[in-house]
Design a protein around this ligand. Structure first.
Ligand code: SF4
Ligand code: SF4
Length: 669
């Protein structure tokens, strides 16, 4: 039992969580146990209630604090992650220091993971006892306040990042918008039409790009990358690397004469997705923002062979500068929004679909560029020879998605993207279109209506996962065709369908460097590699690191409207912080007792929030309380026992273990 300093007056509140808890745990027995067996520990009242987090549930606690003079509260309910704040706030409203309230997780740790009601009830009693023992050791804590720098960093210039930047800038606040590519616009800038309305992507995106590029409150830094992030919420110091474009932006007028004159033409694997060309000095498109070209040194004659300089000679403003070096800039910001987007699945991995081997198998992004009036074929839908219009086209959904060999998640946009392609092929070529799908997913506004429209247009839908695309003919009628081998699950038959062109609807993947980016900004990634939200439902644009927000496809596959909504939501959160001027930080922090620190530095690299620095002069470690998120990793890891945490001291943890080990069957005997 704990070494109690003064008699506590503890209230215990056991929640049924509807039937979430009470289905597996005998809630009344747990309440009875707390009331009868823990009175010696200071429990003066124990209650149970259907929904403790509801307004009447919280009022029960508040009234008891006021009327019974409770000085400690234990709520046995769901996980602290979900409702710790709810119950701390209830205590606070009743005048009790919120850190004298503990949550005992009897849902996630008990009812959801057990089926034997008797055993689960015993375990719930133990968990409650542990929380009671621990709360006795809790100390009242005071929250920390830090001021918020009014500038914001937005990383990623796709549609979500642009939206976030414009919202903040339009509210009169300064934004640093950093994009690693030479132009903003992201993947959306490559698209032709957007589903379900079929409005042209450029018509809705380029005005936003222009606005972001010319807004007085937006400092646009393209061809730039964040290399270091220091500081904490309200006070980040961010280092940005500006890669050399090899021209002086202040002199360049964006006339693109250099691009026209450059003799070096190469396949554009970026913006044109490998089906078009660009020069060695280039802009992604004529609508690029900013308008300045960049020299691709790996393909430039001058950088590779020391001769050429045609762009320099042709530039009317002498803007070309082959000597330009990368530059570093450090900016101070209060908040950061990550809208770093996604990568596309590499279709070559599904070798049975023949991409990269069979010329007339295309990816969805290649097809987007082909459909685009400003693209390599001027919008003509043609085979790889550049001139033949296909008479039959097969579109395959879920390539690299919903497949345990690659990614088991749904990429969210592929069904609608495939339907859009089916419509465009029909409209522009009159070809017969086969659409191979596993399940049709069209849940958003006007999506299913679009599906109905494509059905009515005569696209032939085949339900089944395509096994193979091959050019191996079995009979004369198959010669020169791509054969799509599929089990049609609606009729229960294997089919071989001949087509001229195959379009693979490839899925979305996390950015290849998402893990490193996450580490740089102190946020986590899910098992699939997407950035992790603070709470997927209730706080999807926050992260576990205060002041760092996420928007758009950085957290998982999303369509354009959702990405835009998330950009606005992240901006709203940032503006809220800026308007308040200061932010309150949890006082649950670790600290190093430096007299005991051996200087081994083990904790330095373990902290997931980069909160620990080593003081070279004194050879000891120090924790920045504003950065520390109180996860306890360093406390557990320090071999010298030099780190302890407010809110998770040794006394608290040991008392909780004592409680957990108490014989909870005694009272029933
Ligand atoms: S020619 Fe000179 S001014 Fe014109 S786009 Fe090229 S670098 Fe800029
Ligand atoms: S508790 Fe330690 S490891 Fe965890 S955030 Fe704080 S300093 Fe980092």
């Amino acid at each position: 039992m704990s070494k109690q300093k003064k008699p506590a007056k503890i209230g215990v509140y056991v929640c049924h969580c509807g039937t979430n808890i009470s289905h597996t745990v005998d809630v009344e027995k747990v309440r009875e146990w707390a009331s009868k067996s823990l009175d010696g520990e200071g429990v003066v009242i124990a209650r149970d209630y259907k929904f403790m987090c509801s307004s009447p549930g919280q009022e029960l606690i508040e009234n008891d604090i006021k009327e019974l003079g409770l000085d400690r509260v234990v709520v046995a309910a769901c996980s602290p992650h979900l409702h710790e704040l709810t119950f701390r706030n209830a205590s606070k409203r009743a005048g009790l220091n919120p850190y004298l309230t503990e949550l005992a997780s009897i849902r996630e740790q008990v009812s959801w993971v057990h089926t034997d009601k008797e055993a689960a009830t015993e375990k719930a009693k133990a968990v409650v006892t542990g929380a009671v023992e621990r709360v006795i050791e809790n100390e009242p804590l005071e929250e920390l306040k830090v001021s918020i720098h009014p500038d914001t960093l937005v990383v990623g210039g796709g549609i979500a990042g642009i939206q976030a930047a414009l919202e903040i800038a339009n509210a009169g606040k300064k934004v640093w918008l950093v994009e690693r590519e030479a132009s903003i616009g992201g993947h959306m800038a490559q698209f032709d039409k957007t589903f379900p309305t079929l409005d042209c992507a450029a018509c809705i995106l380029t005005p936003r790009m222009f606005e972001a590029g010319n807004h007085p409150n937006i400092e646009l830094m393209t061809w730039s990358e964040v290399t270091n992030v220091a500081g904490y919420v309200g006070n980040f110091s961010v280092t940005i690397k500006k890669k050399p474009r090899y021209l002086k932006e202040e002199l360049c007028t964006g006339c693109r004469i250099c691009v026209e004159k450059c003799p070096k033409k190469i396949v554009d694997q970026g913006y044109e997705a490998g089906i078009g060309y660009r020069k060695a000095i280039y802009t992604s498109s004529a609508q690029a923002v900013p308008k300045y070209p960049v020299i691709d040194t790996e393909n430039c004659n001058f950088f590779q062979k020391g001769a050429c300089k045609i762009c320099e000679k042709s530039c009317p403003t002498n803007a070309i500068d082959y000597e330009q070096k990368e530059a570093f800039l450090t900016v101070e910001v209060g908040n950061i929004i990550l809208a770093t987007g996604y990568d596309l699945f590499d279709a070559r991995k599904v070798s049975n679909y023949g991409y990269g081997r069979l010329p007339n198998v295309f990816t969805s992004i290649e097809f987007e560029r082909m459909c685009n009036a400003a693209g390599p074929t001027s919008g003509d839908i043609v085979l790889r020879d550049g001139k033949t219009t296909p008479k039959t086209v097969g579109i395959i959904h879920c390539v690299g998605s919903r497949d345990r060999n690659y990614n088991n998640y749904c990429s969210n946009i592929c069904c609608m993207q495939s339907l859009k392609f089916a419509h465009l092929v029909k409209e522009r070529t009159g070809a017969t279109v086969y659409d191979f799908y596993i399940d049709m997913r069209t849940p958003m506004k006007a999506y299913d209506e679009f599906y109905q429209r494509v059905l009515e247009e005569g696209t032939l839908f085949v339900r089944g996962k395509v096994a193979q695309v091959t050019d191996a003919a079995r009979k004369a009628s198959e010669e020169g065709k791509l054969m799509v081998q599929v089990e049609d699950t609606l009729i229960g038959k294997q089919r071989r369908i001949p087509v001229d062109m195959v379009i693979l609807s490839i899925g979305m993947e996390p950015r290849h460097d998402a893990k490193e980016t996450g580490k740089l900004f102190g946020i986590g990634c899910s098992a699939n590699g997407w950035f992790t939200e603070k709470h997927t439902k209730l706080d999807p644009i926050s992260t576990m690191t205060e002041g760092i927000f996420i928007a758009g496809t950085a957290t998982g596959p999303k369509d354009i409207p959702t990405s835009v909504a998330q950009g606005s939501a992240a901006a709203a959160r940032v503006l809220n912080m800026i308007m308040r001027g200061e932010v309150t930080l949890e006082p649950i922090k670790a600290s190093v007792y430096q007299g005991q620190c051996s200087g081994c530095r083990i904790c330095n690299s373990l902290c997931p929030f980069n909160a620990i620095t080593f003081l070279e002069d004194r050879k000891v470690s120090e924790i920045n309380p504003a950065l520390c998120q109180g996860c306890g990793t360093c406390v557990a890891a320090c071999p010298a026992g030099a780190i302890s945490g407010t809110g998770f001291s040794n006394d608290q943890i040991l008392a909780q273990i004592d409680g957990l080990l108490m014989d909870v069957t005694l009272a029933d005997a």
